[in-house]
Design a protein around this ligand. Structure first.
Ligand code: GLA
Length: 707
């Protein structure tokens, strides 16, 4: 057994001392090189305190004197074994990247194994498994990871939201006590934060030290930042278990979801870079160019008519769409959102010839066909629930949970319900040329129960299993995770899907924030972004097509608009945006995501820089009126300082978005300057109206001249 484990990757390190009775975290932060001293010198023992110096245990437990949130909580009958005293009993190398540590409490009959890996990109992943080695049941309350933040940590940043306003940042000072976020939605949740970050004072997009975690799970969860008087702030992540939800019988185990963590010495963009690189390194990461989508929802809603949908497909082909997705409304009884969920048969009245005529028309126009489903839900007004009222999940006593969008949750823990839904989805995919599913999930799982006992845990795993089994049978089908917009965006669901729908809000002003913060963890190729109608259906704001397109280009581009109604100039501008996306998607979907630290909140600068620094695309947008007359100079982050770039505004081209009497010196002809100049001196920016933007393209002069 190694005494010191020094995991290193992507400029960061996670160092453990295994020489004592329990594993101690020596360091999580910057890479320290190969040689590590034997741990850190002991802390003092304070008056009226524990009789030994406090240390940062990998598994904080009361048996070692820890008085904060314990990593493991549970008990046997009548509270026995309530305070485990796990000690290290083994460790095993998991290649260069990781270690597995076993801890045992023989008296309590518990064995905990912890897998810890630090990838070459700097992604730290932790998973624990608890085994009940006793003779009787062990009721598990909570099993969490607790990661310590480092020197200077003083501020907490996480995200929150609601329907149509997901992933908005909130920041606060780190104080004594616990910043606790509990998500009891049964799904990830609209208010769910994609990360919990703790950093040094004023940490920003490009500066400061940041310790950030993400919990890769789509069910109930708890995240915390806890500062006690005895040590650094700890970031905690755990599944939130219901009463008696996990009872381990003799020999049974519980495995936690993965906690992902990243340390950055260069602000949030460093955390983002680690997550993006790691996600892109997965063998399951989408490898093909992300096709331009047309989604029918905000175009026709439930009004499905073959003729109008074929007309829509005609227009889509003209514009350059590559994937046509038929949204909600195609199955039996689904004329409104009050009925039909669960009856996954093509509606014979609306589609007398089945979906084949539309699918054929779509494919004949060179597009893939995608279909909307919501497999985990049912309407009470459906054939399936009329036949099986007991398939609705609930707390028991014959009580049905309060409705949500007139729907209830199908109890997937019930094997018959699971088998029914799997058969239906399998038949749909087997009998139709469908290459894409938009997999929706439109309600919180309140009072989630199976036969009267809590089942959010099992339901989440069953939903995962359903997707996994379907994927196994139809590996060529891509799946999007949608959940009333962005209520199921996490790395658990992304282990089995190719895209998430970030929000039902297609208002591109709102989307600037939603997408910026979704992108903090997820690379843009995984995030669905659509050009919606001129006047947003969810906010009634009206935006220019160019502003909507600029927003959609920095993601997996789509259109969700009745494009049959477009005039010639709009058609032209939309086609131009589609062509622009196609031209630059390889860069955006492989580049380094960068975000400027602009002082003026009226303006935002974000972009993607090619991994070799040879090219970059930035969006500069105005989101509000400014105190300042002119935006002043803006620096371009992330470029290679020694490369000379040709810089031009490439979009919009049709109409000038500027609100000024004379233009800045480098528009429209462009300018050539070094990456160093562009970062340190910057370029004067044109005055934009609020809710306008421009796309700025940079290419290395050598490449531009073909040298
Ligand atoms: C949810 C989704 C939307 C759309 C509707 C259809 O709200 O988030 O994109 O698919 O359901 O009912």
């Amino acid at each position: 057994m190694r005494d010191i484990v020094n995991l290193r990757g992507g400029g960061s390190a996670f160092v453990l001392d295994l020489s004592g009775p329990t594993p101690v975290i020596v360091h999580w932060g910057a890479d320290l090189g190969e040689s590590i001293p034997d741990g850190v010198p002991a802390s003092p023992v304070a008056h009226s305190a524990l009789d030994r110096p406090p240390v940062q245990e990998l598994v904080p437990q009361a048996s070692s004197g820890w008085r904060g949130r314990p990593a493991l909580e549970g008990h046997r009958a009548r509270g026995r074994a309530f305070s485990p005293a796990l000690v290290t009993t083994g460790s095993r190398d998991l290649g260069v990247e990781g270690v597995e540590i076993t801890m045992t409490d023989a008296a309590a009959g518990l064995v905990l194994s912890l897998e810890i890996q630090l990838s070459p990109e700097g992604m730290l992943r932790l998973r624990s498994t608890l085994r009940n080695d006793g003779d009787d049941d062990f009721t598990l309350q909570s099993l969490s990871t607790a990661l310590p933040t480092g020197l200077g940590a003083s501020e907490i940043l996480d995200l929150t939201g609601r329907w149509c306003r997901e992933q908005h940042p909130q920041r606060q000072s780190l104080r004594q006590g616990t910043w606790l976020r509990e998500y009891r939605h049964g799904r990830t949740g609209h208010d769910s934060s994609l990360f919990t970050a703790v950093g040094t004072t004023g940490f920003s997009n490009r500066s400061g030290s940041v310790w950030a975690t993400h919990f890769g799970f789509s069910g109930n969860r708890v995240t915390s930042v806890e500062k006690t008087p005895t040590g650094p702030a700890l970031i905690g992540n755990a599944e939130l278990l219901g009463a008696g939800e996990i009872v381990l019988t003799a020999g049974e185990s519980y495995e936690t979801p993965l906690t992902y963590a990243s340390y950055s010495a260069r602000g949030l963009d460093g955390v983002t870079d680690t997550f993006h690189r790691w996600l892109r390194s997965r063998s399951t990461h989408p490898a093909t160019a992300r096709p331009v989508v047309l989604n029918t929802w905000e175009a026709v809603y439930f009004d499905h008519k073959l003729d109008s949908l074929v007309e829509l497909a005609d227009r889509a082909e003209l514009i350059g769409v590559e994937r046509f997705v038929l949204d909600d409304g195609w199955f039996r009884h689904r004329r409104t959102d009050r009925a039909g969920l669960g009856d996954w048969y093509v509606d014979e009245d609306v589609w007398p010839g089945g979906l084949a005529s539309l699918i054929d028309a779509v494919r004949a126009r060179g597009m893939q066909f995608g279909l909307w489903v919501e497999p985990e839900m049912v309407n009470e007004d459906s054939d399936v629930i009329r036949a099986h009222p007991d398939w609705i999940s609930g707390a028991g006593f014959g009580r049905t949970p309060v409705g949500w969008r007139h729907q209830q949750v199908l109890d997937l823990v019930n094997p018959a319900a699971f088998a029914y839904i799997l058969e239906r989805l399998d038949a749909l995919l087997s009998n139709n040329a469908i290459s894409y599913l938009k997999w929706d999930q439109n309600r919180d799982l309140t009072e989630m129960g199976h036969t009267g006992a809590p089942s959010a845990h099992e339901q989440t795993l069953a939903a995962y299993r359903l997707i996994d089994e379907l994927r196994q049978a139809h590996p060529e089908v891509e799946i999007e995770s949608c959940s009333s917009g962005g209520a199921r965006v996490d790395l658990g669901i992304l282990e089995r899907t190719e895209r998430v729908w970030a929000s039902d809000c297609n208002d591109s002003l709102e989307r600037q924030t939603i997408q910026r913060w979704t992108e903090a963890i997820l690379p843009p190729e995984l995030v669905g972004t659509h050009v919606g109608p001129t006047t947003s259906h969810t906010t009634s704001r009206t935006h220019s097509l160019s502003f909507r397109a600029i927003n959609a280009i920095f993601g997996h581009f789509g259109i969700e608009w009745d494009v049959r109604t477009l005039g010639d100039s709009e058609l032209l501008e939309l086609s131009e945006a589609v062509a622009l996306y196609k031209k630059h998607r390889a860069l955006i979907h492989s580049g380094v995501a960068v975000h400027g630290d602009l002082v003026d909140p009226a303006y935002l600068l974000g972009g993607s820089v090619a991994q070799d620094g040879s090219e970059a695309l930035y969006s500069f947008v105005c989101v509000a009126t400014s105190f300042d007359e002119i935006p002043g100079r803006v620096g371009f982050p992330g470029l290679d300082p020694d490369v000379r770039y040709d810089v031009t505004v490439i979009f919009p081209t049709a109409t000038s978005p500027y609100n000024q009497r004379s233009n800045v010196g480098w528009i429209p002809d462009g300018i050539t300057a070094s990456g160093r100049f562009l970062a340190e001196v910057g370029l004067p920016m044109p005055i934009l109206n609020p809710e306008q933007g421009v796309l700025i393209h940079l290419v290395s002069s050598l490449e531009a001249s073909g040298l």
